[in-house]
Design a protein around this ligand. Structure first.
Ligand SMILES: Nc1ncnc2c1ncn2[C@@H]1O[C@H](COP(=O)(O)OP(=O)(O)OP(=O)(O)O)[C@@H](O)[C@H]1O
Ligand SMILES: [Mg+2]
Length: 261
């Protein structure tokens, strides 16, 4: 099986921190799906996406099993970085590589046997859609900010690694435009799972996986009942965005805020 042939990933239940069986049957993810993982600190969100990243086979603390197209995945998916169909981007993703952005991307492209130079510029342009601080090809990887690094890694995962599954672990504090990331990944028909504390971004996903005590406690599939809340959240976000820009520009906020929704 090659990663282009991935039609679905299935998560089979494991156990919570007390050793009790998780009570979902299975969770299936297909290309184009967006799932948010929510829950309190320490509830097992990172453990859940790490299980997917390493294709757990009852060999992690959670006891979950990950299937690809209904069977255990080939060994290469787990061991060979070039064959791995999953990219995990965490808050701590840093790049300790003393190359310029262009040279780094070129090296990655050639390691995948592709020498399409235009892909380098496309990756930088895509990364710049995710971050407020533009990246240029000449800047060194080590001098990128946290948000720039994560944005570049997401763009690289989409265009160069071209992995069908992308996992994001709490990257919102890195100042990355997550709504834009979701939109682009949907367009590229990627499966996206992200851990988030951002209410609007959670509401915008196709499914919400709620974690508690190391286990999935609920899978919420929106049925339209949250549409009004989403519209209200968008206007709140717009207002907060405007305030943020005013504060960044050194202005004072003296007018009353339009708090009624
Ligand atoms: N099902 C489980 N059984 C036993 N231990 C678990 C289970 N799930 C997670 N853990 C452990 O619980 C701890 C917290 O889990 P994790 O780091 O995944 O939480 P989190 O929700 O990502 O927290 P944070 O919001 O702080 O990032 C970890 O040490 C993890 O290994
Ligand atoms: Mg975590």
């Amino acid at each position: 099986m090659t990663r282009e042939e991935i039609r679905e990933i299935t998560i089979l239940p494991g156990k919570n921190r007390q050793g009790k069986e998780e009570f979902f049957d299975e969770i299936t993810i297909r290309p184009g799906d967006t799932l948010s993982i929510v829950g309190p600190t320490g509830s097992g969100k990172s453990a859940f996406i790490n299980d997917i990243e390493i294709f757990a086979n009852r060999d992690t603390i959670t006891g979950r099993t990950i299937l690809v197209n209904g069977s255990l995945p080939p060994e290469a998916f787990v061991r060979d970085p070039a064959a791995k169909p999953v990219a995990l981007i965490t808050q701590n993703t840093r790049c300790l590589c003393d190359l310029s952005v262009s040279d780094f991307l070129r090296m990655h492209l050639s390691s995948r046997g592709c020498m399409n130079e235009s892909c380098i510029q496309d990756t930088i342009l895509l990364a710049n859609q995710f971050t407020g601080e533009p990246i240029t090809g000449t800047v060194r990887m080590t001098s990128l900010s946290g948000g720039q690094t994560r944005s570049l890694m997401v763009a690289d995962a989409i265009l160069i690694s071209n992995t069908p599954i992308i996992l994001l672990d709490e990257v919102e504090n890195a100042g990355i435009f997550k709504e834009k990331v979701i939109q682009v990944l949907r367009q590229h028909h990627k499966a996206l799972l992200f851990v988030t504390h951002d209410p609007l971004v959670s509401l915008l996903s196709d499914r919400r996986i709620v974690m508690q005590d190391g286990a999935v406690s609920r899978v919420i599939v929106p049925d339209g009942a949250e549409e009004k809340a989403i519209r209200q959240m968008i206007s709140v976000e717009t207002m907060i965005g405007q305030l943020r820009e005013m504060i960044r520009a050194g202005e004072m906020i003296t007018a009353p805020l339009p708090v009624s929704l």
